[in-house]
Ligand binder design. Structure first.
Ligand SMILES: C[S@@+](CC[C@H](N)C(=O)[O-])C[C@H]1O[C@@H](n2cnc3c(N)ncnc32)[C@H](O)[C@@H]1O
Length: 305
């Protein structure tokens, strides 16, 4: 059985070397020289914050996520490095750089307007039900001239032509795994597996957007896009197994089945899908986008209206 079967957090995938490198490349593409207050939105295990602090040690970072389990992992990561000693004054009092953690939703930010120099959002922008509202909130908390950057592996363009067959085989093999488990249970006289309908959120069910469409969302909500890049990465067997072990992914792909079983099935299905389609690694693309909040007298007049 794959080793990560019963840890359904994002921990396993966020520790994969190619995942870290992909995110490090995003951070290196950004000019963070004027950044001293940064918000890591949907921070997960805190990887992006960690990569930023490699470049800009000592700045104030706030990580925000909806999921307490992920926040706990961020807390541990920065606690071990001696960078987090609890929210509030305790860290500052002990001479630690401020690292703040907030549980909440990325589209309703508990920060005053104009307080952030930069907002980053790693592989999660596609999760939000109303991207316009999200970008409006990001624009509000940024100072004029502030930077917003995101990456996403869930957009129209992520599948390199010719690789769709791997993704189809992966899901098909995972469903076969679930059906086999159902048969085993029934053979033992136990109740079979019931698939619950309607478990997928509106955001997860939405179609993936094109780079041009994401650019329009940012620009129609008051940001000026400065960089659009599609980065190709090679996904290994282990990358897909750790993606499969993440409950947030498995609960969408195999919606309605118990999440631990969905994770187990997606991990077990990787090798058969690679064998069937003849891939040893699979190329995939990430979308990266950076934008600035405009500054100048006209913009300030708009803000005050
Ligand atoms: C795929 S993980 C990415 C984590 C991290 N940003 C990274 O790049 O490694 C997606 C994260 O988005 C969080 N998330 C999903 N919807 C959210 C929302 N509405 N507000 C805040 N966080 C959210 C999940 O809890 C999860 O930690």
């Amino acid at each position: 059985m794959p080793s990560t079967a019963f840890n359904t957090s994002y921990e396993a995938h966020s520790a994969e070397p190619e995942y870290i490198e992909t995110n490090r490349s995003l951070i290196r593409s950004l000019d963070l020289s004027e950044v001293s207050r940064l918000l890591d939105l949907a921070c997960g295990t805190g990887l992006l914050s960690d990569l930023v602090l490699e470049q800009r040690p000592g700045i104030t970072v706030c990580g925000l996520d909806l999921d307490r389990q992920q926040l706990k992992l961020t807390e541990e990561r920065f606690g071990e490095k001696g960078l987090y000693a609890g929210n509030g004054a305790s860290g500052a009092a002990r001479g630690l750089p401020s690292f703040i953690l907030v549980e909440g939703s990325a589209d309703t930010l508990p920060f005053a307007s104009g307080t952030m120099d930069a907002v980053l959002m790693g592989n999660s922008i596609h999760n939000l039900p109303d991207p316009g509202r999200l970008v409006g909130e990001i624009r509000r908390v940024l100072r004029p001239g502030g930077l917003f950057a995101f990456n996403s592996a869930f957009y129209a363009g992520t599948y390199v032509p010719g690789t769709e067959k791997f993704h189809q085989a992966w899901v098909k093999e995972a469903l076969i795994y679930v059906m086999n488990r159902d048969r085993e249970l029934r053979a033992k006289g136990e109740p079979g597996l019931k698939r619950k309908r309607g478990t997928v959120s509106r955001a997860s069910a939405r179609r993936w957007l094109l780079p041009r469409e994401w650019q329009d969302v940012l620009e129609s909500n008051g940001l000026r896009v400065s960089r659009v890049h599609e980065r190709e990465v090679r996904m290994t067997r282990r990358s897909y197994e750790t993606v499969g072990s993440y409950g947030g992914f498995a609960s969408v792909v195999l919606a309605g089945y118990p999440v631990e079983l969905a994770c187990e099935a997606l991990q077990a299905a990787v090798q058969p899908a690679l064998d069937q389609t003849g891939f040893t690694t699979v190329p995939a693309r990430w979308l990266e986008m950076a934008a600035l909040k405009p500054e100048g007298p006209d913009e300030r007049a708009k803000e005050n209206r």
